[in-house]
Design a binder for this molecule. Structure first.
Ligand code: B16
Ligand code: MG
Length: 218
């Protein structure tokens, strides 16, 4: 039996930083003279920072020079980082710690696979950085989800075959990336939205240790 490994997405899986991204993008949109709703923010989940700005400008019907875009990317990130600064262990989503502790106890290799370039500071803020055997984030990849690059690098760093890798994801693009990589995909969120996933749970409080044992055994 080959060894199994698990890759966790960050935003929407381990912590809920989507609200912070939303506030910072909304602030920029308002400064540019248009509104940005929480519903529109759904499409920004799992999407890179640069692509998110393109989407925002499309929503506002704006064109911009590269210089302006760079300036806005920087100001958005500065605001986002100011929210991250206030994070602590209490911001870890319900049930996540229990699952991570269980996997550590069973010596299951675990990696982070996130589109965020701020993943390491966030993990450090919530005291989870030492828990991960590998951390793959937006600074390591050139292709965004649904391209499977981030998860393939994660599996490689763990020394696990793609077929033996299990991915927890909250975004449609992330679930698709895991599926394309030939990994087991577990959606965290709405089952209708994440219908392409092999399994879906509303959150980690619904995940029983028996389910994890079953996944790790097969
Ligand atoms: P940053 P994930 C993603 O994190 C977020 O879901 C997405 O909204 C964000 O634009 C992206 O990270 C980039 O984040 O600006 O910090 O580099 O879900 O892949 O963990
Ligand atoms: Mg996510």
């Amino acid at each position: 039996m080959s060894k199994k490994g698990i890759i966790f997405d960050l935003d929407g899986v381990i912590v809920n930083t989507a609200g912070f991204h939303y506030l910072a993008w909304k602030h920029l949109a308002n400064d540019l003279g248009f509104d940005f709703t929480e519903e529109q923010n759904e499409d920004f989940k799992g999407v890179s920072r640069v692509r998110s700005l393109e989407l925002l400008l499309e929503i506002g019907g704006k064109t911009a020079t590269q210089e302006e875009k760079d300036k806005w990317l920087e100001s958005k990130n500065e605001e986002y980082l100011s929210y991250i600064d206030g994070m602590s262990e209490e911001d870890i989503l319900p049930g996540v710690k229990k699952v991570l502790d269980y996997l550590k106890k069973k010596n299951v290799p675990i990696a982070l696979g996130s589109a965020s370039k701020n993943a390491v500071p966030i993990l450090k803020r919530v005291n989870l950085y030492p828990v991960f055997d590998a951390t793959v984030d937006g600074t390591d990849v050139s292709k965004a989800k649904p391209d499977p690059e981030v998860f393939l690098i994660g599996a490689k760093e763990l020394g696990i075959d793609a077929a033996d890798t299990i991915v927890f994801e909250d975004s449609i693009a992330g679930v698709q990336a895991a599926n394309i990589a030939g990994m087991v995909s577990i959606g965290i969120g709405d089952a209708e939205v994440l219908h392409e996933a092999d399994y879906v749970f509303n959150d980690f409080t619904e995940i029983e240790t028996q389910f994890l044992d079953q996944l790790l055994k097969n």
